[in-house]
Design a protein around this ligand. Sequence first.
Ligand code: NAP
Length: 326
Amino acid sequence: MLKAEYQTRGPIPQDVIDAVPLELGELGDDEVLLQLVGSPINPSDVLTLTGDYGILPPLPAVGGSEGIAKVIEKGANASLEVGSYALVPFGSGAWATHFKAKVDELTPMPNAADPLQLAMLGVNPPTASLLLSEFVNLQVGDWVIQNTANSGVGTYLIQLAKQRGLKTVNIVRRESLIEPLKAMGADVVLVDSDQLADEVAKATNDADIKLAVDAVAGGATEKLAQVLAHGATLVTYGAMSGESSQVSPMSLIFKDITVRGFWLARWLQEAPVAQQQALYQELAGLIASGKLATPIDKTFPVSDIKAAIEYAVQPGRDGKVLITAE
Ligand SMILES: NC(=O)c1ccc[n+]([C@@H]2O[C@H](COP(=O)([O-])OP(=O)(O)OC[C@H]3O[C@@H](n4cnc5c(N)ncnc54)[C@H](OP(=O)(O)O)[C@@H]3O)[C@@H](O)[C@H]2O)c1
């Protein structure tokens, strides 16, 4: 049994984390032993290793924040059957081969067509869903624009928008993504360029775009602002460029754009529990039935955590990178 632990934080994330032995002790009567099935490496997990995220756990800590695990052994009185799935216990650090938990502390998951897809339920699907619902009262047929359209959040947003009758303009950094994103339900996919504003106008027939969602920041924010309709809203929820957001005064003054930010962690602190449960139940159902998915590029075992992080921070991946038990 192993866990991916870090004792310090630093600028090169794979340098601070290492796979070390994990001791779990005896299994209690009301406990189950779970084996990790999968846990994604999200950008927020990397920022947690470098010390740049909004909340940082005390050290030493185990990396990773979400995932799915399978029950492999149960205590005499534990009600969860061997072979059933549950989310990795919240706050425990997800990059470990095994977990021990009391059944009432676990969130059971349905047996899914692809359990690795359910491993990514916690962070990106609700973010995509809430970006579409919490800022603008979008109506069927309305347009939304986003960058990082091939990211986890971006691909969920394409599929959820389609299911809600919304239209999407999607910005990516390479041409090979155009057809796969269209197959997922994207209406327009454009490769980023200096002619983006003209290309968006042409591809949408000069549609009024009411919402832009930005995970890049820097100059990418202004590129979105330039194509928005008067009175539209721009929400920044990520900063993949590592730069400060730029919005020209002309976009603010002449179009009266509203600029907002979104952080799922804050929403989870503030939204009523019933609303949170309803959202996760809806998304888990869509994922378990295969109606909501994101591409997976590669998996790495916990023992290979350094190589996994090094790989995950490279640009141009074909999907998410997940950590597995072996
Ligand atoms: N605020 C919140 O609550 C919240 C919640 C979830 C996620 N997020 C944020 O959402 C963003 C996406 O997360 P994810 O897990 O969906 O990402 P992901 O699947 O790991 O994909 C990363 C994406 O970022 C793009 N990218 C990387 N560096 C870039 C750069 N310098 N300029 C432009 N694009 C760049 C990649 O494009 P290529 O394929 O071209 O390299 C890819 O589309 C991250 O910033 C994350 O922190 C925020």
